[in-house]
Design a protein around this ligand. Sequence first.
Ligand code: 5AD
Ligand code: FES
Length: 347
Amino acid sequence: MKKEFELITQIRENQSISREQFETLMTCEDAQVIDFLHQQAREVADGIYENKVYIRGLIEFTNYCKNDCLYCGIRRSNAKANRYRLTKEEILDCCKVGYELGFRTFVLQGGEDPYFTDDRICEIVSAIRTTYPDCAITLSIGEKEKESYERYYKAGANRYLLRHETADEAHYQYLHPKELSLAHRKQCLWDLKEIGYQVGCGFMVGSPHQTRDTLYEDLMFIKELQPHMVGIGPFIPQQDTPFAKETAGTMEETLRLLSIIRLIHPHVLLPATTALGTIHPLGREKGIQAGANVVMPNLSPVEVRDKYKLYDNKICTGDEAAECRFCMQRRMESIGYEVVTDRGDFK
Ligand code: 5AD
Ligand code: FES
């Protein structure tokens, strides 16, 4: 038996990975070893979640943002971004369509848009909570005060996604404007956890200046935070950002990281992201086969779809919610997985 097989088995058993083991897996060029890595990760996911893939309805409700992250297409300095906001009624319409399609989790994602004050967010969350008491409500609206997070929680939000983007201080500075800090980002995640949210962190794979060392720090941060979810996808340059000419992350690297995260943090809810589906036509299927167990098709109205351009060439921008829903189901069935329409809680 190859020594790398043993190493993967060890990582699985210990639910931990050393810096050296990480190097070995990320630089490995032996396809059999990488297949074994994905297969082991899939086995772990199957052991906990069986052949079920959880589905979340993503509602991108505003692309206004007061931040200026260098990688992101909706950064405030991007004068070319065609800005929009959905009204509360439009958001509720998305939920209605989504509910009828079987979605039991709604993810409200947006830029850090000052128009959506805490009062407005709470009003929207309460309305969804009252109309759909059986659904999970996930927020993904950035860094806020702990008091704000508490208010959203009381209004009925259950989960919160806030990618940490990188757990390395210098790398964080490189990707963000100076008014943002890794320390504050991490504090937000700890606050969210303390309040009782199911919390998701995550990062882009292949972002400019990312190294194996910074990636390893990401893994260590995941071990420390013990999040319920981890969102990772390849970095993809957006043409109107300072990173327009940078190279995109690769599918192979993303798949290896998905598998490693599954092995070291077995119960995690791990999406096969839209970005992964954007860099390869079968990216999301391969993501599931590498250990992911969540997909997040878009529920946003088709009129605004192509305006939420965090990166170039984003898929599904012309498709109605129902098309994405059933497309996703077919895609998952094609690899032997079943899309389930329950809340899909952390096990
Ligand atoms: N490529 C890939 N992912 C991106 N994100 C933002 N910009 C890009 C990009 N250019 C990711 C960030 C953010 C999430 C909502 O989208 O990780 O947290
Ligand atoms: Fe949107 Fe396939 S998931 S069209």
